[in-house]
Design a protein around this ligand. Structure first.
Ligand code: GLV
Ligand code: MN
Ligand code: MN
Length: 412
């Protein structure tokens, strides 16, 4: 479908947004929060919302909102996130925003009367790819960010506060909260896994979003001469860290049906080829279908790390910096998605999401559901992330119908 008055396809919007990237010479899309590429994407979204007559505005943290007013201030919200991981794809987050703008643009142009208002939001950040925090945009909507977060720094030592100012935003205004009553949130997203593709099913209805937590781990040993130090006397931070990385991997293998763990980043500080590594940092990303399991795996891992530190004579500091609980989606909205899909002769599959989403944050307070469309080979956070045009359009049509039905009283 089209923004009113234009004849562009959803794919052409996705392509334009994918050109807003930090490293133009690379194939992947990198759009971290408050970078120039992010700012460029934010202006595109603002322009597109204007073209769709959605009267857009930018809030205190840089989320972009557009609305179609109904008779009441009760609002059904849709949207997704504008940021990406480093060298990510063109669909993660971007699809839910663009499809939301197109859906609202069409509803607006058809002048469909609405009991409740509809709103689409391009959330500024979800991935945690620049600062040690996640879901900054959706947490801001719920008033769940604090002034302390403004001091968090990226790898270059730039604070959230400084980065906001570089994008023309005022860190002093983050206490802002929206003036609308959000009655429901529906996020459309690519699946990022391969269940829909394997089942040849066009529409996924999310059941539970896995909980997740992330840690920064510091291993401090001693950097000494690589040729002259005896193995028995070493406090090798990298060898200890390597064992810890393997313990995360093995635990993930053991629990893979219900939990998963990953070390995605590992750095040797001041490492050189002829020194024993004395200081290593790495991250842990731990996810599980239920919070009790995640907590028990977290404590099992911490014990393994402590034991490993003792064996190698290194100090280990674990800093858990973000944690989001598992969230079940709203049953009434799930049913609405199923009805909308079936009315368009599209089959649905109920599935869990192991990827994290803004829906996980908003779902703690607002009745929330997610619509998934198939991902080619289940690839995501990857340059070859891809969804067929037909699937993109199916998802968008289902979203539009769900929004219309929810706005017009088919959802309590
Ligand atoms: C975000 O995409 C995540 O699952 O970490
Ligand atoms: Mn992602
Ligand atoms: Mn995403």
């Amino acid at each position: 479908m089209l923004f009113s008055g234009t004849s562009r396809t959803i794919e052409s919007y996705l392509l334009d947004l994918s050109h807003c990237t930090e490293f133009r010479e690379r194939n992947g899309v990198t759009r971290r929060l408050y970078t120039a590429a992010w700012k460029q994407a934010q202006s595109l979204i603002l322009d597109w919302m204007c073209e769709a007559n959605l009267d857009p505005w930018i809030d205190a943290v840089g989320n972009v909102h557009g609305r179609v007013e109904g008779f009441s201030d009760q609002t059904i919200l849709t949207g997704s996130h504008l940021d990406t991981v480093v060298d990510g794809g063109a669909y993660d987050g971007a699809y839910g925003i663009i499809a939301g703008i197109m859906a609202l643009g069409e509803i607006k142009s058809r002048q469909i009367p609405l009991s409740r208002s509809l709103e689409v939001v391009a959330l500024c950040e979800e991935e945690g790819s620049r600062f040690p925090m996640t879901c900054w945009g959706s947490r801001a909507l719920l008033g769940k960010i604090s002034r302390e977060d403004l001091a968090l720094q990226d790898a270059e030592g730039v604070s959230v506060s400084e980065a906001m100012q570089s994008c023309g935003l005022s860190p002093h205004e983050i206490d802002w909260t929206p003036s609308y009553h959000y009655r429901g949130f529906v996020e459309l997203h690519i699946e990022q896994a391969s269940q829909l593709e394997s089942a040849h099913c066009p529409i996924g209805v999310v059941n539970t979003i896995f909980g997740q937590e992330r840690w920064n781990v510091t291993v401090i040993g001693e950097s000494v001469h690589a040729g002259t130090s005896r193995i028995v006397n070493r406090h090798d931070a990298l060898v200890a860290a390597s064992e810890m990385v393997l313990s995360v991997y093995r635990l993930a293998q053991q629990y893979e049906d219900k939990a998963i763990g990953t070390v995605g980043l590992l750095q040797v500080q001041n490492g050189t080829s002829n020194c024993v590594p004395g200081h290593v940092n790495f991250t842990v990303d731990l996810r599980a279908q239920n919070d009790a399991l995640r907590e028990s795996l977290a404590s099992e891992l911490q014990s393994m790390f402590t034991e490993c530190g003792r064996r190698y004579g290194v100090e280990i500091v674990v800093d858990p910096y973000t944690s989001v609980n598992a969230v079940s989606m709203n049953v009434e909205l799930q049913n609405l998605i199923q009805k909308a899909a079936h009315s368009q002769r599209l089959n649905t599959l109920l599935l869990d999401s192991r990827a994290g989403h803004d829906a996980q944050i908003l779902g703690t307070t607002i009745p929330t559901a997610m619509i998934f469309v198939p991902s080619y080979q289940g690839l995501s956070h990857h340059v070859n992330e891809f969804t067929k045009k037909e699937d993109l359009i199916n998802g968008q049509n289902v979203l539009r119908e769900v929004l219309e039905r929810a706005a017009n009283g088919m959802f309590s």
